[in-house]
Write a protein that binds this ligand. Structure first.
Ligand SMILES: NC(=O)c1ccc[n+]([C@@H]2O[C@H](COP(=O)([O-])OP(=O)(O)OC[C@H]3O[C@@H](n4cnc5c(N)ncnc54)[C@H](OP(=O)(O)O)[C@@H]3O)[C@@H](O)[C@H]2O)c1
Length: 370
């Protein structure tokens, strides 16, 4: 199957090419700004699907809208017609096509060219009227305000919000990709133009958008993860991280070190509690306390140890030997004094999960020897 992607150096085009390259049995061809209309016929010969993503969004002067949107589309249709192939043609139009601005008018003219070509039996047509698209490889101050905010926050630059109450509809690049890829394998009724949209649409005000993105750097200090249970925030956080400068990927943990070893908190969340990590020297015991509500999971991933329990109103001691050789999670029920001892001759590394974020004012931790 031969696929031609126009605008393959742009934000959506770059993402689409990565997805297409992973699939087997596709012959890929691209049309970029370097190609002249005279080259299109050769590039399009034998094509099965065209993803037409080339377009002009923010030109120096408004005439470029006509050149980059309808005229380019006419040239492509003409080349297809001359070749005599009847490909599926997926056009990435814009919700602006409903509006009366120059960009909108040029997008609508490109849509009409496709509609006519479908009626004349030149191609099969699929049109997406996309709202703002956000995701990795979008350009700041160009493709989307999400890219601008993410870039600025990731680079420590100020974020300018002119109208915080302005609401914008957004879709995420990977949802667009999933929808686009489906057109590789579908049947379209002859002469019928397909009008598509992206199912998952997010609506957010500029003020909310700025506030969420501005909270991301703080999460490294508070250790609180962004709200990844919220799909929009999850997508925004992924997009934000894609804008981090390459020398800013890492951040240090704050170690609490004493004669037992090290301990540091790693990740916290109101939804799932927190994760912390310890190293324990040979022969050393940690713990000897119980909780009323706080529950934990202990997971030794290096070294050897034993976790001991005693119900606080009983003398019976229970032992769970643990080893990094066979990582095993041990639940710590409430009402049991518990401890963990390094029984090996090397450092022991333990991962801990707790059901709540540690609160110095309400530790729910009571000293008691096992
Ligand atoms: N991103 C969005 O939020 C969004 C929303 C709605 C609709 N759309 C539409 O979706 C399409 C892709 O958007 P995008 O965000 O990926 O835009 P983009 O990053 O600007 O990519 C468009 C690509 O098309 C190229 N191009 C422009 N005129 C061309 C021509 N005459 N011949 C060949 N290539 C040409 C551009 O090259 P240069 O870089 O050299 O200009 C650029 O590489 C566009 O048609 C856009 O209007 C995008």
């Amino acid at each position: 199957m031969k696929i031609v992607v126009t605008g393959s150096n742009g934000f959506i085009g770059k993402n689409l090419l990565v997805h297409l390259k992973r699939l087997e049995g596709l012959q890929l061809e691209t049309i970029t700004r370097e190609d002249k209309p005279a080259d299109y016929k050769v590039k399009l010969k034998g094509v099965d699907i065209v993803y037409h993503l080339a377009g002009v969004n923010r030109p120096q002067n408004e005439e470029e809208f006509t050149k980059g949107n309808p005229e380019l589309t006419f040239h492509l249709i003409k080349a297809i017609q001359e070749n005599g192939d009847k490909p599926r043609f997926v056009l990435s139009s814009s919700t602006q096509a409903e509006k009366d601005n120059e960009y909108g008018k040029s997008k609508r003219a490109a849509e009409e060219a496709i509609e006519q070509a479908v009626q004349e039996g030149v191609l099969e047509g699929v049109i997406y009227r996309l709202p703002g698209v956000f995701g990795k490889w979008s350009r700041p101050n160009y493709n989307t305000v999400v890219a601008t905010f993410c870039y600025n926050v990731a680079h420590g630059l100020p974020v300018e919000v002119r109208d915080p109450s302005y609401e914008l509809p957004l879709v995420y690049i990977d949802d667009v990709m999933a929808a686009f890829i489906k057109h590789l394998d579908e049947t379209i009724e002859p002469g019928k133009l397909k009008k598509e949209n992206i199912k998952t649409l997010f609506k957010v005000t500029l003020g909310e958008l700025a506030s969420i993105i501005k909270s991301f750097p703080e999460s490294r200090k508070s250790l609180k993860t962004p709200k990844v249970g919220d799909t929009f925030e999850k997508y925004l956080y992924s997009t934000y991280l894609s804008f981090l400068p390459e020398n800013k990927f890492s951040y240090p943990m704050e170690l609490k070190t004493d004669n037992r070893g090290d301990l540091f908190e790693w990740i916290k969340s109101e939804e799932f509690g927190q994760i912390f990590v310890s190293t324990t020297k040979p022969g050393i015991t940690r713990g000897n306390h119980y909780h009323h509500t706080k529950t934990e999971k202990f997971l030794v991933i290096r070294g050897e140890g034993v976790i001991r329990f005693r119900k606080i109103n009983s003398d019976k001691v229970i032992e769970y030997p643990v080893s990094g050789e066979k990582p095993t999670v041990v639940d710590i029920p409430i009402g049991y004094a518990h401890n963990i001892t390094n029984t090996g001759d090397k450092e022991m590394i333990t991962l801990f999960w707790a059901n709540e974020i540690f609160d110095q004012q309400r530790t729910d931790t009571y000293f008691l020897e096992v």
